[in-house]
Design a protein around this ligand. Sequence first.
Ligand code: IPD
Ligand code: CA
Ligand code: CA
Length: 268
Amino acid sequence: MSQLLEIAKTAALTAGSILKNGFRTSCTMHSKQGIHNLVTEYDIASEEVIISIIKQAYPEHSILSEECGHIDNNSDIQWIIDPLDGTVNFAHGIPIFSVSIAAVQNGEPICGVIYAPMTDELFYAEKGQGAFLHDFPIHVTDTKNIEDCILVTGFPYDVKDNPENCIGHIAGILCLGIPIRRLGSAALDIAYVASGRFDGFWEVSLQSWDFAAGLILLKEAGGSIVNYDGSPFTISKGGTFLATNGYIEKAMIEALKHADILYPRVTQ
Ligand code: IPD
Ligand code: CA
Ligand code: CA
């Protein structure tokens, strides 16, 4: 295991224990953009400890973290951090949230860790080394028919102002009559696809900290992430994508396209 991954794991576990200790104690919620886009003191405490662990090991690296933004050291390695993915769940006492940490080199994730403190599950992957849950290799499902799938999705905070972004898609996919879940932590959603609990995930308008670790985890677990039109997805291209076991990718692209026809967007 590389030192990068060791540091990412240590940071995620340390931050996770702060979140676990703070869970269901009183916390102060502040709205960011939109009333349900929250930040608590635990997002900040988690972020502080992650950044201090990374800085101690790699003072020369750059960092992008959700709450504090960019620390640009002009390095080809950038850490991308979501210190608490699932803040709304956390703030409402729902035990589904995670810490997500990735190291990215020239735009490509080279290692990623997603830690779910309440289930004590540590998902991690390194480029070319496979994906793991604790020390066990994980793999995507081999479900080939979309009718046999269980899928997960999420909705952006601006859905009230931009319903056309995602309402048609959820309606269209729901009409396939298959189970759909919304957990509330995009990083965990992708980790669950990587570990075979879900067959696929889709969401619009995510930020790189929501999915950078998931990207390498899923790839190393045998899955694939593409744009809604099937073209290759890269971190810099934004946050609207489809993450699947690969087998159902085509069917999901068709289902999303069909949903666009059934529920056309007024603006594109
Ligand atoms: C949110 C979660 C949620 C997704 C939102 C994200 P946050 O991240 O990942 O599942 O639907 O789009 O913004 O705000 O809890 O870090
Ligand atoms: Ca997030
Ligand atoms: Ca967050």
